[in-house]
Write a protein that binds this ligand. Sequence first.
Ligand SMILES: Nc1nc2c(c(=O)[nH]1)N[C@H]1C(S)=C(S)[C@@H](COP(=O)(O)O)O[C@H]1N2
Ligand SMILES: [Mo]
Length: 516
Amino acid sequence: MSRTKVIAAGLLAGFIAAIAMTVMMLLLAYFGVATPLVIIGDRLSVFIPPGPFLSLMGKVGGYNHLKQLGVGSTIAGQLLVGGIGGAIFGLLMWRNPTESSTIWTMSIFVILPIVAFAVALWPVLGASYIGLPIDAARLVTLVGFAFCVFVFERMLVGGFQFLMRQKIASEDREFTPAIARRAFVLAAIGVALAGGGVALARKLYRAATFSYDGTQYKGRIVQPITPNDLFYCVTKNVVDPHVNADLWHLEVLGLVQNRAEWRFQDLKGFPPVEQETTLMCISNGLDAGLISNAIWKGIPLRDLLDQAAPLSNAARVRLYGVDNYTDTIPLEKAMDPTTLLAYEMNGVSLPHRHGYPLRAIVPGYFGEKHVKWLTRIELTTADAKGFYETQGWGPAFMTPTRSRIDVPDHESWFSLNKLNGAIEVKGMAYGGDRGISRVELSFDDGKSWLDAEIYYTGGDLAWSLWKTAWMPDAAGDYILVVRATDGEGDVQEWEEDRGWFSGVTGFHKIGVHLTV
Ligand SMILES: Nc1nc2c(c(=O)[nH]1)N[C@H]1C(S)=C(S)[C@@H](COP(=O)(O)O)O[C@H]1N2
Ligand SMILES: [Mo]
């Protein structure tokens, strides 16, 4: 048997073993187990600073495409490494056919990958899309991965031996019809496996976040309270968690005197509070709708922290989601009575995509801090960082005052003759946790300002909605601008020295054209 043919056999066996392994991973993913398909992306994305991250996102056409690219390249990488691994295996077998001991192949193809996997991905292994606590999840992820590489090893060795049956020993016949037939059989198995994989991938695709990640809420549909199914949505996940509350619990640990674990039912035993609070993503553009308002019901985080008794060196609180997402808030903010652990949103149990069974509500801070699918609260020192903080977002995470014109549309046309009455102009204004005291509109690109009527206010932690009746008297092109004043009397401004990744500031403007 020539060297090339043995290597080719190894390559084929390795490739098909890698397909089998990938199908195993898809199956595990289907049952909510974290697999390399997604957590490699989680692990790597924290190393990409926000600038390159955004430009990469722009190049591939958005966050959803970036996620697909991440999973796709992981699968491609696995198939490639599997094939190459198989080829090297073939080469070694050709050199030394007697070396085929199981201990040897197990060490190279099972033990080594598990160790490498555990070391490289340790920080993200504790993810579970059914909501297992972090330590249990880490074990499940490792066992799942071990199973996948075991499948790879058995398929590689089995496939290779199947192709090479009697061949290495006899050495007499070359690439005979017999081996070609066997290669065909093995390839057919590969195709069948791949078919199963594609079916699974389709199922997962339908469950994936692509259909709703990046949902915005703006324009004429804006109401005081955002209906749950229209609430803006941002997630780092390819498939979001679907937590089983019976498996789930909430841990409080770190720099505390009393560690604790709470079941969902225990949390319901605390006196609940209801609070209207607006959330806005740090990447929300001046005209964008990554902002929404809801009434949250839950308990103050403080109630749990008081029982845990933070140690004197605790300065920050790190919040963990079951999806290995983390973010941090200052301990002082965590102790604020308005910082909540919410389990209801607008009168119903939290929807899965908004963090069922429990999420953090941190008024006045960007959406990033409102960790969904919360499962662990860790008291830490001042230098702890979360997912996006490690990427380099911030340093400021408190929302500046922002406002937006929702009606009319940008670049609308009106005919003065056909107007019966005023043109209604309306929108929202949001002052973080400072409330809104005044909204002004300009119809001349900011040269002069007129007060708008605030017709809805949701309190200090929520947005206000405003409107005005505009009666233009001349045709022309108008530039409308809105600016708000927060409850502390500070007028919305463009903060020149605000960091690039601390959220944009400035004014929303629209163009409106009036003809006679
Ligand atoms: N566990 C977890 N929490 C998370 C995220 C996430 O990906 N995972 N995304 C954050 C971001 S970037 C934002 S803007 C808000 C969005 O919350 P919403 O989807 O409920 O509007 O959730 C935050 N909490
Ligand atoms: Mo966000």
